[in-house]
Write a protein that binds this ligand. Sequence first.
Ligand code: C2E
Ligand code: CA
Ligand code: CA
Length: 791
Amino acid sequence: MFVLRSNRDAAQMAIAMIEHGVDPLDQLEAASRSLSDLEKRFAEQPGPETRALPLAPLEGDALLMSLSDIVASVRGAMVAVPDPQLSRKLDELLYSINRLRSAEGDVTHRLVRRELSGIVNDVETSIALIRQDLVRMRDASLQERRAIDQAVLSGGVTGIVIGLFLIFYLSRSISRPIRSAASALRQVGGASTAGREPPAADMMLDLESAIRFVETVIENKERSSRLQRSSSAAHLLATVERQQKRLRVALDALRKPLCLVDEAGRLTDANREFEKLFPDLRVGTLVSTWTGHELLANALLKGGEDEVLEPGDGSLFRVRCHTNPIDNGMIAVFDDLTPGETTQRELERLSMQDSLTGLPNRDNFYSFLDHALKSGTEPVSVFVIDVVAFKNVNTTLGLGAGDELLRQVGERLTQLAGPDCHVARVAGDEFGLVAPSIEQRGGPERFGRNIVHDFARRPITVAGRPLTVRLAVGVVPDLQPDGSLDARIVMRDCEIALETAKKSTSDPFCVYAPEIRIEHQRRQDMERDLREGLVRGEFELHFQPFIDVKRKCVSGFEALVRWNSPTRGHVSPGVFIPIMEETGLIVPLGLFVLRDACRQAARWPGGLTLSINLSPRQFDVGDIVADVRQTLSETKLDPKRLQLEVTESLFLSDGDKVLDILTALRKLGVTISMDDFGTGYSSLGYLSRFPFDKIKIDQSFVRDLSRRENMAIVRAVLGLGASMKLAVIAEGVETVDQMVALEGEGCLEMQGYLFSPPRAAGELAKVLVEVREGFQNGRFEPAPAPVALRA
Ligand code: C2E
Ligand code: CA
Ligand code: CA
């Protein structure tokens, strides 16, 4: 189950190892060695009578220190393990070790021995799993090596890079593999291996330059093999035709008149502007035969720098002629000197150009695209490329840095796209790209992914800092120009694909398909209905009780919002909450929930608590602290009775800001609870950094307590709660068995369908009675074992 799923995982592990300088196997083996030492120490303890005695203080201290070392090693291993399941396994392991650590004074020899053997087993399993991966990766690596020659010819850069990381991983030490990897790469690329070994500080640079070296070799080989392939006459002809078309597009895109004359003095080419200016001068005619254009003909034949022409329509042009080295002919460019026209044209030019990046602007892009779709001859693919989290650059490094980044992104895109593509800046941090047929570059998907990959791999230096730029890309591929296509519709589809790419957590690249638009439309309809629903007051609160199993009564209620749409009926919060989060509608909805729930709870009897869910967006937009303060003062609800539930996703953005807000909320006297605990990645870190009062064990662990790992997690969370003095509540309790098991582990507060589903506000008094009666009449007790009847 924990076998790393792909070479990509292996490469990721290797990258993590480079970044953090750790090797998971080494780390786990270190943990294993310390553990066997510990086991030995406790195995040698005297007879049964002392086993139940607590450890002596010195022994306890030594145990604590050894466990801290083991924790450090396991943590180290986790850093380099990209596989979430294996990582979760290690997380569990940490829980167990921490549990033993936090038991401190009450530890007996027997307990230590029992816990140690469990931990040793888990460490050994993890080692075995990683080792299994190693063997698999070594085999893959050998295959990869054999495939390298092949890969060089077919451009398999990724294969080589992965191969390199595998070599690196297998060597299991940091400096040696980098050197050997760099030299292996050079060998692959055909370079001599002799030479000095780089000093340690240069190793990463050396490795990087080795990778670049191989890539260059690959590129050269690709180029030469392409040339070989294209040697057939048909292929050559097609290439020539394509080149000619490109030349024509380029010439026509030029806003100055231009023409080419060959050695024999024949007009071989002219752009559209030239044709407009001199409609009577045809391509193919000899310059010497032109009548009425003697001055121009003279300049073209002799070559002149500053000849001024008056074509006869009131305009004034200066012609500049340069020798054309290809056929010893002449290229002539015409500057418009007509009074008033110069500035007009300059303005026109500027209005088509983005002043920050110097790239074509949005209008220019649309007209280019429109032309390509309506009158082009080849299929085109249209890309919209977004710089992910660009806002952060502006806010953290300043607007100047943001501008510089956009300039460099524009340059890199133009350079990667190549001369046959049209790149423009179409919005703040969005670029547009029209690519003609790019089959020879792997088709639109490969072409686009290569761009994303290049940015991810080569940081851009801005304000002296290297920034790794993440791109999101939407593409409408292979559009066959047929006169009916509209640039605006194509761009709209492109933006829809881009939105999907931006939302995805796994793939920043999305190819447009009609289903995406249908889904987009569905979401937009839902968003509109939600917006109207907020105005029309279609939302109401239901409440689900928290149960105090010791006192056998309801301790409080969680407010859960419900939407009763006139057209859609009851819609599950699982469906509409994510859309509200995405669109920001959760902020006004959250304020409604806060106010309405507090208003109702202020009328509840005694010390019943009220729990409400806060979304991360509410920490981003508006002032949640002021909202809570004002609501408490307006409703007169005792702050001690209000619990705010947050999830780990809250800490994905600005952790420091979140910490400040949570601290301010806590100062108001409210309680902060961590919802869905255990479903995120590294919950432990947050617990120590943030001021939580309560943890809610997620229902996924409660659902199947018969699974050993779920029980281990529940146990570890309860142990953690006890040692960190945090209350713990388990949610999703549906059966008496679950309740009994949780209670047996020391869980004193629960929530779930066993006691009650969320109920309308008017039914809460009934819920209090039902729960009390449930305890009295044994509804929450295990069924008695059947009594065997005697014959
Ligand atoms: P949550 O905060 O984890 O809420 C618990 C969910 O589990 C609720 O689903 C509840 O009805 C359900 N549940 C409770 N006991 C059981 C049980 O024994 N078995 C099972 N299978 N499910 C149980 P609900 O009401 O559909 O809410 C879903 C999610 O929507 C909530 O998950 C919460 O994340 C979000 N949500 C609901 N109301 C609000 C709100 O006012 N604001 C915010 N930000 N989110 C809300
Ligand atoms: Ca909740
Ligand atoms: Ca929950």
